[in-house]
Write a protein that binds this ligand. Structure first.
Ligand SMILES: Nc1ncnc2c1ncn2[C@@H]1O[C@H](COP(=O)(O)OP(=O)(O)O)[C@@H](O)[C@H]1O
Ligand SMILES: [Mg+2]
Length: 406
């Protein structure tokens, strides 16, 4: 308390300046205690948040602790993140979603202790780099399986009435290699920019009314062209971003090495979908053109997309438990696999289901909060007014633009 507010970062801040800026907060030394959990080391850091490995060595338990300072102007996104993860796990552990074991607010920072995960898509792709400056990619056998699982995770989020809005390679992670249930499972991470697009009223889900102009949120490289056009995001846009992620790990995006945001936007918004998709397996090429036909209220054809991805697996004779690229290297650890498919795994039924009942529906009830409080969340029948504050705060250095400020 009493500390000066932390200013939002300059959108053009470089890596060195970011490191300097964030070195001062949510900084915990090895050995610091959070209840029964002890800080071991820092794993990673984002715009404000820092992620640490924590443990209870006597019980051989390890987890991740994500912390964000309270002084961020507007507040910390971690509150929203905790609410979303808890909503997703309300009926018990949910596949593709980490668990939050404990969360608390201290005077200077908020934190949550969650399932410890392993490599993310960015680190996995980098394992194939040869240091020759050539854009490294994953083999189809690896990325198509990661893609199907990512779609599974995204649909779970959407089926709870939330959008992610910051789909990018570093926000998908595999479990720990020693965890038989999660080791080869893709997890969706980082719900600090999530937004509810549907809420329950009188036992029925209704879609929130789209705003007429939406300030930029997300990550320039991966957001859909609709986000550049300031249009309200829908399920289509998360999936669109997922396909940008998959193109990146398969063959690279046309704007892959571009760092100038204006150029990224120009290239992305001017390339024809057919060109963006041209190096993808033929089964997947119609997907972005199909997403383009949807408005923000419409539900994408998850089953059709899944079947197209499954067709790629069949044509390339990919087996679910084949070794992944990074496991094939000499001395590389091999992740544990569950002995048989888990009971929840029923992709045809899952991808075909529309639990919100909003399939193809454009009818909507205007949400009285939509314009006055764009961030309020109604993703479940629980009232979650505390989330309202958090949605607008989230930023990472490369993502923030001034027009976000409310
Ligand atoms: N539960 C976790 N286990 C292991 N690593 C994690 C975990 N959560 C996050 N990370 C790592 O920290 C990075 C930043 O975390 P993330 O939740 O994406 O925060 P940010 O909002 O700062 O992007 C992730 O890209 C991932 O590499
Ligand atoms: Mg992240």
């Amino acid at each position: 308390m009493g500390s000066p507010e932390l200013k939002r970062p300059d959108p053009n801040e470089n890596k060195k300046d970011k490191k300097k800026r964030i070195s001062g907060y949510a900084n915990f030394k090895e050995g610091k205690l959070f209840g029964d959990w002890t800080i071991k080391k820092k794993i990673d850091e984002g715009g404000f948040g820092k992620v640490y490995l924590v443990g209870q060595p006597s019980k051989n338990l390890y987890a991740a602790l994500k912390a964000e300072p309270n002084e961020v102007s507007g507040g910390s996104a971690i509150k929203l993140e905790i609410q979303v993860i808890r909503a997703l796990n309300r009926k018990g552990e949910t596949p593709h979603i980490p668990e939050v074991f404990h969360a608390a607010k201290h005077s200077r920072f908020c934190y949550m202790i969650m399932t410890l995960l392993g490599d993310n898509f960015k680190t996995l792709r980098k394992k194939n780099e040869k240091g020759d400056g050539v854009w490294a990619t994953l083999f189809v056998s690896s990325w198509i399986r990661l893609g199907i699982q990512s779609l599974y995770g995204l649909k779970i989020l959407h089926d709870h009435g939330y959008l992610h809005r910051d789909i990018k390679p570093s926000n998908f992670a595999l479990g720990q290699v020693t965890d038989p249930e999660r080791a080869v499972m893709v997890h969706l991470l980082d719900f600090g920019l999530a937004r509810s697009f549907a809420f329950k009223t009188n036992g029925k889900y209704v879609l929130r009314l789209a705003r007429s102009s939406v300030g930029f949120k997300g990550t320039f490289r991966y957001c859909s062209p609709n986000v550049h056009d300031k249009l309200e995001s829908g399920q289509r846009d998360d999936i669109w971003s997922l396909f940008f992620v998959l193109i990146e790990v398969h063959c690279g995006l046309p704007w892959q090495k571009e760092t100038d945001k204006a150029v990224i936007e120009k290239v992305k918004c001017n390339y024809k979908d057919e060109v963006v998709m041209q190096n993808m397996p033929r089964e997947l090429r119609p997907i972005i053109p199909e997403l383009r036909k949807l408005d923000c209220y419409q539900r994408p054809d998850y089953l059709g997309i899944y079947k197209a991805m499954q067709a790629v697996m069949t044509r390339y004779t990919v087996q679910p438990h084949d070794l992944y690229d990074w496991e094939k290297k000499e001395n590389a650890p091999k992740a544990l696999r569950p002995p048989k498919p888990p009971a929840w795994y029923a992709p045809d039924a899952f991808f075909g289901a529309d639990p919100l009942g909003t399939s193809g529906s454009r009818s909507r009830t205007p949400n009285s909060n939509a314009s006055s409080n764009a961030s309020s969340n109604h993703g479940s029948d629980e009232k979650t007014s505390t989330i309202a504050d958090a949605d607008v705060f989230k930023m990472t250095v490369t993502e923030y633009t001034q027009d976000e400020k409310k």
